[in-house]
Design a binder for this molecule. Structure first.
Ligand code: ACO
Length: 329
C-alpha cells in the first residue's frame, strides 16, 4: 500500500457464533401453549420461513457472542486481535446501558487502546457499522477493523405476544474489514425516518433506578412488512447506481433475515433468481443486527460466496432505518 494510492476497504475474514440452545417451532409452540397461547410450526413456517432459532443461556451476553464471532473472523483473516485498530459493534441488546458492548469485547479480546464503540440502528445496524468502518478506513483513521453484529433479542421478547416472540433469535456475526489498494466495499446507501419509530420499538428505559415503560419489543408486523418491501427495493437500486453496477452484476443477495416473504419479494423485484438469495432465517430466526454477518459467514464457510463475488447486503429495521452495501469479496 502506498500513501498516494486511493484507500479502499475489503472484508478479509468472517466469523459467527450461535448459542448452543436451538429452539424449534414445535418446542416454542409447546412453551406458549403452557401459557395459554396458541401458535404452530405450520403458521410460523408459512408466514415467516422460520423453523428454529437459538436462544442464549441466561448468563450469556451480547459481548460473549460477539467475542466468539470476532475470534473466528480474526482467524479467517489471519490476524491477531492486537493488529485491530477499530472495533464497532452493532447491537440493540447491549450488555449494559453503558459502557458500550464494543469496549467490553475489546477487553475480552485482551487488547486496549484502539477506538471501540456501538452503533444502534437495530436490524440495519450492521450495514451502518460497515459503512462507518469503511469511511474511517478511507480517511486513514483506521487500517484493520472488526465490525460485529451481536444480539440477545430473547431478552426483550414478550412471550405472551405470539405476533413477535416467534420471530427472533440470538447470535453474532463479525467481519475483519481492512484497508486495501483494491476496492472491496463499492458503495453504500443509508437512510432513516423517525416518523416510523413506533411501528417497531422497545419503548422502555431506565430511570430513577427503575425500568420505566415496557421493556419488551412491540411491532406492527403488517406495517413493517409493507415498508420493508418498499425501502429494500429502493435502497438496492440506489446502491447499484452509486457503484455504477446493475442488478445482473449481483452474485449474491444477503438481506436482513426477518421474513422469507420479504426477502424473496426483494429478490424478485431485482429480477434475481432465488438461488442467489442467501437464506438463514429458517435456522436463525431474526437476529437483528447479527443476521447479515451471520448469513455472510454461513455462505462463506459453506463455499457459496467466494473471493471475487459481488455481494449486496441489505438491512431494514427499527427507527425506521434501512440501507444497503455493495461489495466485492
Ligand atoms: N401464530 C398463530 N397465529 C398468529 C401468530 C402466531 N405466532 N402471530 C399472529 N397470528 C395471527 C394474528 O393474530 C392474525 O389473526 P386474526 O386474523 O385472527 O387477527 C393472523 O395471524 C394474521 O396476522 P398478521 O399480523 O396480519 O399476519 P401477517 O401475515 O402479516 O404475518 C408477520 C405477521 C410474520 C409478523 C409479518 O407481518 C411480518 O413478517 N412482518 C415484518 C416483520 C419484520 O420484518 N420484523 C422485523 C424487522 S427488523 C427489526 O428491526 C427488528
Amino acid at each position: 500500500m502506498t500513501g498516494v494510492a486511493p484507500r479502499f476497504s475489503r472484508i478479509t475474514g468472517t466469523g459467527s457464533m450461535l448459542p448452543a440452545r436451538r429452539v424449534t417451532n414445535a418446542e416454542l409452540a409447546a412453551q406458549l401453549a403452557a401459557r395459554g397461547i396458541e401458535t404452530s410450526d405450520e403458521w410460523i413456517i408459512e408466514r415467516t420461513g422460520i423453523r428454529a432459532r437459538h436462544f442464549a443461556a441466561p448468563e450469556q451476553t451480547a459481548s460473549d457472542l460477539a467475542l466468539e464471532a470476532a475470534r473466528h473472523a480474526l482467524e479467517a483473516a489471519g490476524r491477531k486481535a492486537g493488529e485491530i485498530d477499530l472495533i464497532i459493534v452493532a447491537t440493540s441488546t447491549p450488555d449494559m446501558v453503558f459502557p458500550s458492548t464494543a469496549t467490553i469485547v475489546q477487553h475480552k479480546l485482551g487488547v486496549a487502546g484502539c477506538p471501540a464503540f456501538d452503533v444502534q440502528a437495530v436490524c440495519s445496524g450492521f450495514v451502518y457499522a460497515l459503512t462507518v468502518a469503511d469511511a474511517l478506513i478511507r480517511t486513514g483513521s483506521a487500517r484493520r477493523s472488526l465490525v460485529i453484529g451481536a444480539e440477545v433479542f430473547s431478552r426483550i421478547l414478550d412471550f405472551d405476544d405470539r405476533t413477535t416472540c416467534v420471530l427472533f433469535g440470538d447470535g453474532a456475526g463479525a467481519v475483519v474489514l481492512e484497508a486495501s489498494d483494491r476496492p472491496g466495499l463499492l458503495a453504500s446507501d443509508l437512510h432513516a425516518d423517525g416518523a416510523y419509530r413506533d411501528i417497531l420499538c422497545t419503548p422502555g428505559t431506565v430511570s430513577g433506578g427503575r425500568v420505566l415503560g415496557d421493556p419488551t419489543l412491540k411491532m406492527d408486523g403488517p406495517a413493517v412488512f409493507k415498508l420493508a418491501v418498499k425501502v429494500l427495493e429502493e435502497s438496492a437500486r440506489a446502491v447499484l447506481a452509486k457503484a455504477g453496477r446493475s442488478d445482473t452484476d449481483i452474485d449474491w443477495l444477503i438481506p436482513h433475515q426477518a421474513n422469507i416473504r420479504i426477502m424473496q419479494g426483494t429478490a424478485r423485484k431485482l429480477k434475481l433468481p432465488l438461488d442467489k438469495l442467501i437464506v438463514t432465517v429458517d435456522e436463525h430466526g431474526n437476529t437483528s443486527a447479527a443476521s447479515i454477518p451471520l448469513a455472510l459467514d454461513v455462505a462463506m464457510r459453506g463455499g457459496r460466496v467466494r473471493a471475487g463475488d459481488t455481494v449486496m447486503l441489505e438491512g431494514v429495521g427499527g427507527g425506521f432505518t434501512w440501507g444497503a452495501v455493495l461489495l466485492d469479496m
